[in-house]
Structure formats: structure tokens, C-alpha cells
Design a protein around this ligand. Structure first.
Ligand code: OAD
Length: 246
């Protein structure tokens, strides 16, 4: 795929009328959260059972593997700070140069950085629900309950498991119509730090009418065309240079 320099990338951002981004786990690695499919990623570290940790059928049988992952994430969640690229995207939105951040990430870093129009297609931990009675719990509730039991359960008469509103394999993704609309309407569409192997998020660069700029360390799964660019780079390194030209 063709590449693009930081200077040209900045020019495309300045000229765009409706830019949008799709982010993946690669935007948060510099904040200390491992991605999924890199050699050091969550699925290769051996720490969790890669096939089961986000599998909804397995969760219904035994939710403890997912809560082991969640407990480890919660142990650091309040100490995490957004990366340069998270902050750069929030700055672009404030300046009216970015209209939507579609994210596959379940960490809170886009919000912490100040992005407002965030479409979290794989959900997040902001809320959780009892699978038996539907009662809603906040993030603070979930953190407290996880300190008290391996698997958090509701006080309802069925003692249902309380599941964070994170999207598992086998579940419908969140706000896909909003994500599709943002991608379709974009005249410049970025894919940042995603291997693009998980659908339906991975189809978004195929439905945009705009140019696509992928910035990722290592290859991603996207067919080359005339209006797609690929920058093989660390995100923060690349966008620090782009910021010089905005
Ligand atoms: P992946 O782990 O599949 O891809 C992350 C990509 O980011 C990899 O290609 C890395 O090389 C790249 N990367 C890592 N650090 C980077 C950096 N500093 N700069 C640039 N690139 C970097 O993660 P996703 O594509 O986000 O789903 O994975 C998609 C979904 O698969 C996740 O949302 C999750 C997972 O199963 C659910 O939890 C439902």
C-alpha cells in the first residue's frame, strides 16, 4: 500500500470536512495496556485462555476467567494515562477537525483524554448488568464487588452474575449503526493500531467514501486500493510529527 508523510497527513487532516478514526488496542500499548495479537499481546502472553476469555458461551458456563482478566485491568485502570495519540485526537475534535472516534477498546483512555464523540463498538466497563434481573451497576460498584468475590453476583433472588457491558465474541456489537454512519460520511478515515481482523469493526474502512490512512506497527488485514495509505510506524512517533504541521 502507498504510504504518506506526516506533512501530507497533516494537510489531509486540515483539508478534510468530516474526518473520523477507528482505533484498536495499539493506541493504548504506550499507556501500558498490552494489545491482543502482538507477540506480547493478551492472546500470546499465556496469562489468560485466549479462546475463552471473551467467549460469551464460556462466560455463561464459567465467568471466572473473564473476571481474572478484569481484576488485573482494574488493578491499574486508575493509574493509566492517555497516550500522545489519544490526546492528539481529543485536540483535533476540540478544534473541529475530527468528528468521531470509533473505538474497539474497552479501556477508558479516549474519555480520559477528552474525546467526546466516542463510539465504543466493543462496549466498556462504565456500566454492568445483572444477567438475571437486569439491574444496572456502575463502574465503582463493579470495582467494589470484585474486591469482595471472584465472580460478582446481584442481590436479586436469582443471584445473577453481574456482567460488565463489554462485548464478547458471540454478542452483538454496540452502536454499529452509528459507527457505520460515521465511517460512511467521513471524507478522511483513519485506522490506528488495529490488526483489522475482528468484524464488523474491520469492515468500516471498506464502507467509507473517503481516503483511508492506516497507521500501525506491522501489517493489517486491508486490501490495497488507490485511496488507501499505510504507515508502518509507532503511533505516538508518527502523530508527534503530524502535530508539527497542523
Ligand atoms: P490487535 O492486537 O489485533 O491489533 C493491534 C495492532 O496494533 C497490532 O497490529 C500491533 O502491531 C499494533 N500496535 C501495537 N502497539 C502499537 C503502537 N504503539 N503503534 C502502532 N501500532 C501498534 O488489537 P485490535 O485490532 O484492537 O475484542 O483487536 C480487535 C479486537 O480483538 C479487540 O477489540 C478485542 C479483541 O478480541 C473484544 O474484546 C471483543
Amino acid at each position: 500500500m502507498k504510504s504518506v508523510t506526516p506533512e501530507i497527513c497533516a494537510e489531509k487532516i486540515r483539508n478534510a470536512k468530516n474526518a473520523a478514526v477507528l482505533t484498536g488496542a495499539g493506541i493504548s500499548t504506550a499507556a501500558g495496556i498490552p494489545d491482543f495479537r502482538s507477540p506480547t499481546g493478551i492472546y500470546n502472553s499465556g496469562k489468560y485462555n485466549a479462546d475463552l476469555v471473551f467467549d460469551i458461551d464460556y462466560f455463561h458456563r464459567d465467568p471466572s476467567e473473564f473476571f481474572r482478566f478484569t481484576r488485573d485491568l482494574f488493578a491499574v485502570i486508575h493509574t493509566l494515562t492517555p497516550t500522545f495519540t489519544h490526546r492528539f485526537l481529543a485536540d483535533l475534535e476540540r478544534a473541529g477537525m475530527l468528528h468521531a472516534v470509533i473505538t474497539q477498546n474497552i479501556d477508558p483512555l479516549h474519555y480520559t483524554a477528552g474525546s467526546v464523540n466516542v463510539i465504543p463498538v466493543h462496549g466498556n466497563y462504565n456500566t454492568s448488568h445483572c444477567l438475571a434481573c437486569g439491574r444496572e451497576y456502575s463502574l465503582a460498584d463493579m470495582e467494589r464487588l470484585l474486591g469482595e468475590a471472584d465472580v460478582p453476583r446481584c442481590g436479586c433472588n436469582k443471584h445473577g452474575v453481574i456482567k460488565p457491558d463489554v462485548v464478547f465474541f458471540g454478542e452483538a456489537v454496540n452502536r454499529i449503526f452509528d459507527a457505520q454512519r460515521a465511517a460512511k460520511e467521513a471524507d478522511l478515515f483513519f485506522v490506528l493500531g488495529s490488526s483489522l481482523v475482528v468484524y464488523p469493526a474491520a469492515m468500516l474502512p471498506y464502507i467509507t467514501r473517503g481516503e483511508v490512512i492506516v497507521v500501525n506497527k506491522g501489517p493489517v488485514s486491508l486490501e490495497p486500493t488507490d485511496n488507501r495509505y499505510f504507515v508502518d510506524s509507532d503511533l505516538d512517533e508518527f502523530f508527534k510529527q503530524v502535530a508539527e504541521f497542523i
